[in-house]
Unconditional design. Structure first.
Length: 305
């Protein structure tokens, strides 16, 4: 039996492209509405040529007949960006060199070295939580490397220090205490992670799944230098941030219970041109909890600002 969609075949090629994008959004959760239309048309035309479809209408028929073609088309549409992911020293499977002090400046220098080694220039930095300050320092001190900045769950430095103390065993400051903090994190990291996800994630995220993934990583030898980073960041003098001129996006997950008392707009003092958005059903990790929505805002920043 024919579906309603297969009956409604638009004759105009541009209308067919819009219908293809609508189907991708409905069936795969990828939203390309904010992408530049000429770019989308060129990518779809290339995919049509590879599939030997002479018209957009023929390609629409192919999508009806073979839904797996959506995945190939999505791969073609998103390949225009180079994406670089890195683990900071002491986090994940990135082992710090001897003498690494975990300071904000050392971390920023490490990111800069990676970008220069990869010959990355004029990039968009998207950094969450305390790592947002690394993006600010790089945009400030190496502006030729940074064209745009995205920070997630990042308030002002003063607000971040208050937050870090509040979540450190209810203000006791144990993680921030040298040696004691390292001992606690080493012995209790799985429990800390489990309790963190239960409290910090939004209603749409599966805390048990996040916890299981973190446990699997820890079991595989993943490092988590939480204590060393906390002690190095917040025992040093406050960094000086000069308001940056690069277009910026500030994202907050509204359901992050750890940040209930945080002055979220306080970070705007560090930007001259920033937009602030709230993901209403996300918690502390909006880019992981609502990746489709995150991608939509990220593409809008890249394409239109």
């Amino acid at each position: 039996m024919a579906t309603d969609r297969s009956r409604r075949r638009p004759s105009n090629a541009a209308d067919i492209v819009e219908q293809i994008l609508e189907r991708i959004r409905d069936s795969r959760g990828f939203d390309f509405r904010n992408y530049k239309r000429p770019t989308l048309h060129r990518r779809i035309e290339r995919q049509m040529a590879e599939r030997k479809c002479k018209t957009a209408a023929e390609y629409l028929v192919l999508l009806d007949r073979d839904p797996s073609e959506y995945d190939a088309l999505i791969a073609s549409l998103v390949e225009r960006y180079r994406v670089v992911c890195m683990e900071l020293p002491g986090m994940g499977f990135s082992v710090p060199v001897a003498g690494f002090g975990f300071t904000l400046q050392e971390q920023a220098e490490t990111v800069e070295q990676v970008l220069r080694a990869l010959d990355v220039a004029a990039c968009t930095l998207a950094f969450p939580c305390v790592n947002g300050y690394l993006a600010l320092l790089l945009a400030q001190n190496a502006p030729e490397l940074v064209s745009r900045v995205v920070v997630l769950q990042t308030p002002s430095w003063e607000e971040q220090k208050k937050w870090a103390l509040k979540i450190d065993f209810r203000g006791r400051g144990w993680v921030a205490t040298p040696y004691l903090g390292q001992l606690i994190v080493s012995l209790s990291q799985r429990m800390i992670a489990r309790r963190w996800f239960a409290k910090a994630l939004g209603s749409g995220a599966d805390a048990a799944e996040f916890s299981a993934r973190s446990t699997a990583a820890l079991d595989a030898g993943c490092g988590w230098g939480l204590a060393s980073l906390t002690q190095a960041y917040f025992s040093a003098p406050a960094p000086v941030f000069t308001p940056i001129s690069q277009p910026a996006l500030v994202i907050w997950g509204a359901q992050d219970r750890t940040h209930r008392a945080t002055e979220k707009d306080s970070v705007l003092q560090y930007f001259r041109d920033a937009e602030s958005v709230s993901f209403e059903t996300s918690g502390h990790s909006p880019e992981l909890e609502q990746p489709g929505l995150f991608m939509e805002h990220l593409v809008r920043l890249i394409e239109h600002r």
